[in-house]
Design a protein around this ligand. Structure first.
Ligand SMILES: [Zn+2]
Length: 187
């Protein structure tokens, strides 16, 4: 036991260097949150033999750097036709500029999440490309397939028939076996 202090410091420096390299490619490569986590886990695993303070230091550095980079992400809702609408007032795809109200956008959206906005040139014309970072399906509002209540959140489903989404009241009824529908992550 007991790694030499200099060795620990070297391990720490190499780990930060590897992560810094990953972060430098984050936006340009349009990396997903899952992929970033994968890189981080691999780096932390390479510190297995190091004292705890090395991993704690690297984790702290990673968390701080990650939140700094995540400030560049833009939030979008996915509409049923697949189009993306933004919640940023200064963008052309801001939902109110497209004539969609705040309640409508929330009720109709099928997914929501954060995207990298990359600029690229297509025949000399600057174009934006939106690359998903972390996107999940949204909890839907609709009619309960069991009690037929309208405009209820459908975050549960019948165990016997998972296609049948039910409301929270039906979920609480012990005679109707139901389960929570976990939000689906879209890569
Ligand atoms: Zn119901």
């Amino acid at each position: 036991m007991g790694m030499h202090l200099n060795t620990s410091i070297n391990y720490k420096a190499r780990a930060i260097c590897k992560l810094a390299d990953t972060f430098s490619r984050l936006q340009i490569s349009g990396m997903s949150s899952a992929k970033l986590t994968e890189h981080y886990v691999a780096v932390i695993q390479s510190l297995e033999r190091c004292p705890e303070w090395v991993r704690a230091y690297v984790k702290g550095w990673y968390d701080a750097t990650k939140s700094m980079y995540e400030r560049d992400l833009v939030f979008f809702y996915t509409m049923p036709d697949g189009s993306l609408v933004s919640t940023h007032r200064d963008r052309d795809d801001y939902y109110e500029k497209l004539g969609i109200g705040p309640k409508e956008v929330y009720d109709k959206a099928v997914a929501s999440g954060h995207y990298w906005v990359r600029e690229q040139y297509d025949n000399g014309v600057k174009k934006e490309k939106l690359v998903p970072y972390f996107v999940s399906r949204m909890e839907k509002v609709g009619t309960c397939s069991f009690c037929k209540a309208e405009h209820v959140k459908l975050i549960y489903r019948l165990k016997a028939d998972p296609d049948q989404k039910v409301c929270v009241i039906c979920h609480q009824d012990a005679r109707v076996p139901t389960e929570y529908i976990p939000p689906e992550i879209i890569e």
